[in-house]
Design a protein around this ligand. Structure first.
Ligand code: ADP
Ligand code: MG
Ligand code: ZN
Length: 667
């Protein structure tokens, strides 16, 4: 885009320069014979004193040539500025002279300049006109180019370019969507309707106008919408909510109008509005001023949705991961009155998705997609696709002809934790802190009854804020019992406690652990009614959480006193868990030191090695140990338990997803 603009600017500049040079040349040419330096009064005086013998005057340009009696051979030039005044000034003298000397008269001739001169005198004006036109044209071109770049899909203001999926070879069907069987069932009705609207209208059935797909990012909402269009073989008109929110006021609203006009023309058709929360936020809410442009767009959307008839063959599908911020008006009957929740896939779903995306990827025989699916709890469809892609890239880098289990495992860690940053150097002290921190998590978890076994410990930095991590092998999908949560608290605090008791210092590395632990405590007390002190009462209201678009003035539905009791209870729980953790780690301090020192030496400990270290105090077997540190593919292949999932304690990036997941699974 920048390139384009500067190119246009230079061409405009060149035009202007050429025009200036040309017009000044023309002016110079036209006025060239001004060179006669005589004054007007001198010339008039020549006539008055009867010195002029002959002259020729161009009546249109004022150019005059004349001869004098004194010097009959020299032809002089003069440019008369105002021909009218000049003629008046000289008429008398000329007439007088001719009367006085009837046989020796002034020879004179008046002429009107030819057309060539006339055009030349107009040239500057013409040039300026041409220049203006060219300049204007460039400006318009530049503006449209900018607009197209900004909105990608738009052609000009307020227009929507719809693309046909089949043209792009992008046609999707339900076969491309794996593991969303319930969602597909719900949508099948829509497909049937689009295929044969008559069948439904004849029976007087009312088909929903709008379907709202709700779910976390990457769970396949866009994919599902495309698949509906593909299954029904109808046009798919799509636009993203963020496309609407433009800097040009009124553009969003006219785009909505255009979109629906096109859809009705092409019906049966699907209008897909991605990220509808960008435009459909609660009106008049949010911090600061409300966005008029957005409200206008939203109002237009509501008008359009009410405007077309129930069975006109247009179905609006919208997708969002923030249904809570949507304006309630959008969810009223006749609008998006049908909601379909697209959840993160379960183990079976993940296996199906893996199958879909491994279709064109050669897998080594040691890859068992069922096991991979089990170990990737919480992954979305997009994560799984990413995982297989990363694995394929790794396999290529390792010069393998098929993707083996080792690549899948490494890719899985990479997807969850971010890439390893071996080059990142940190001080010996920081390394030691990290080693004891992670060892603390692992050792504490080992002595807990309801805790998952360790999958991998590493102190190789990954991603942004992750100094190291301890991953566990999940044994079940949900952690929803009180004992499981209490154990989770203890293992989370393991990092901080280990730092405190071994190195007599504490680091910021534990802040994320503490934050998550506090959240678990708060949920246990106020959401799940798990505290003895406060009893089985729910004090938090999911829908009243403060979101960007909503409810700054939310009032708790409990008193200040209760709020204080909740805080006291949380603190009590945390202290209790902390003391338990400290007791475990002090009792097994030798193990803590062993694991930490092994980490400092090898940087990584696998689940198997951890078991062996905890039981026998040594790594499983010397040769294998070497193999492990050189090339851990082998160790991965030897692993008997394939359940791997991330319990990333220190990873800031993944924090949001993790919280979301635990909220979901624990509610
Ligand atoms: P969303 O719109 O919910 O954010 P997308 O539909 O854009 O998610 O999904 C992103 C990608 O993830 C898809 O292009 C697809 O490759 C993959 N994906 C997600 N869910 C599934 C699924 N259920 N089956 C197959 N692929 C999926
Ligand atoms: Mg999407
Ligand atoms: Zn930690």
């Amino acid at each position: 885009m920048n390139n384009n603009v500067s190119k246009n600017l230079t061409s405009i500049l060149i035009c202007i320069l050429t025009a200036i040079v040309l017009s000044s040349a023309v002016f110079y040419y036209v006025n060239a014979d001004k060179s006669a330096e005589k004054k007007y009064s001198e010339i008039v005086n020549l006539f008055k004193t009867d010195q002029v013998s002959e002259f020729e005057l161009d009546l249109s340009t004022g150019a005059m040539v004349y001869k004098t009696f004194a010097n009959p051979d020299a032809q002089e030039k003069y440019n008369v500025k105002s021909v009218t005044y000049f003629l008046e000034d000289i008429r008398e003298s000329v007439n007088d002279y001719n009367e006085e000397h009837p046989d020796n008269q002034i020879v004179y001739n008046y002429k009107v300049s030819n057309s060539r001169n006339w055009i030349i005198s107009l040239l500057p004006t013409l040039l300026i006109a041409v220049l203006l036109i060219v300049g204007g044209w460039f400006m318009v071109k530049r503006m449209t180019a900018t607009m197209n770049n900004e909105t990608n899909r738009s052609i000009g203001f307020g227009k929507v370019r719809t693309k046909s999926l089949s043209e792009n070879g992008e046609t999707k069907t339900f076969a491309d969507v794996a593991g969303c069987d319930e969602e597909k069932d719900d949508l099948q009705e829509i497909v049937d309707f689009l295929k044969d609207p008559k069948k439904f209208t004849e029976l007087g059935a009312r088909i929903p106008k709008g379907v709202l797909l709700v779910g976390p990012p990457g769970t396949g909402k866009t994919l599902l919408a495309k698949a509906v269009a593909g299954e029904a073989v109808v046009p798919f008109l799509s636009i993203s909510g963020s496309d609407f929110v433009e800097m040009y006021v009124g553009v969003g609203a006219s785009r909505v109008r255009d979109l629906f006009n096109q859809a009705i023309k092409k019906s049966p058709a699907i209008v897909f509005i991605d990220e509808i929360d960008a435009v459909g936020r609660h009106r008049g809410a949010g911090a600061g001023n409300s966005n008029d442009e957005r409200e206008q767009t939203l109002n237009q959307l509501l008008v359009e949705m009410d405007g077309f008839g129930t069975n006109s063959g247009v179905i609006v599908i919208a997708a969002t991961n923030r249904p809570d911020v949507l304006d309630p008006a959008l969810l009223r009957p006749g609008r998006f009155d049908r909601q379909i929740t697209v959840n993160r896939p379960d183990a079976q779903g993940r296996e199906d998705i893996l199958k879909v995306h491994s279709r064109n990827k050669p897998l080594a025989p040691d890859v068992n997609l069922k096991e991979v699916a089990k170990s990737t709890m919480g992954f979305t469809g997009a994560d799984l696709e990413n995982l297989l892609n990363e694995a394929a890239l790794l396999a290529a880098r390792r010069h393998k002809h098929a993707i083996s289990y080792a690549e899948i495992q490494d890719a899985s860690t990479k997807v969850v934790m971010g890439a390893e940053k071996k080059s990142h150097k940190y001080s010996e002290r920081a390394k030691k802190l990290t080693a004891y921190h992670e060892a603390g998590h692992a050792v504490a978890s080992y002595y807990l009854e309801h805790h998952d076994p360790v999958q991998e410990i590493s102190i190789i930095p990954r991603g942004l804020g992750a100094g190291g991590y301890t991953m566990y092998q999940p044994q079940e999908e949900n952690y929803d019992s009180k004992n499981e949560m209490l154990d989770l608290l203890v293992s989370m605090l393991g990092g901080r406690v280990a730092e405190a008791i071994s190195l007599d210092d504490i680091s910021t590395g534990a802040s994320n652990d503490l934050q998550r632990a506090s959240q678990i405590c708060r949920d246990m007390v106020s959401k799940y009614g798990m505290s003895d002190e406060l009893g089985p009462v729910v004090y938090s209201d999911e829908n009243n959480e403060v979101f960007l678009g909503r409810d700054y003035g939310h009032v708790n539905n409990y008193s200040e006193a209760t709020s204080a009791r909740i805080d006291a209870e949380i603190e009590k729980m945390m202290r209790h868990a902390y003391n338990m953790t400290e007791k475990i780690l002090r009792e097994h301090n030798d193990k803590l030191i062993l694991i930490a020192e092994t980490l400092l030496k090898n940087e990584k400990i696998s689940g198997e090695e951890f078991e062996s270290l905890m039981k026998t105090g040594a790594l499983p077997n010397k040769e294998e140990n070497n193999a492990v540190s050189e090339n851990k593919d082998d160790s991965a292949e030897n692993e008997t338990t394939d359940n791997t999932d991330a319990e990333n304690n220190d990873n800031e990036i993944n924090n949001g997803a993790e919280n979301e997941e635990s909220e979901e699974s624990e509610s």
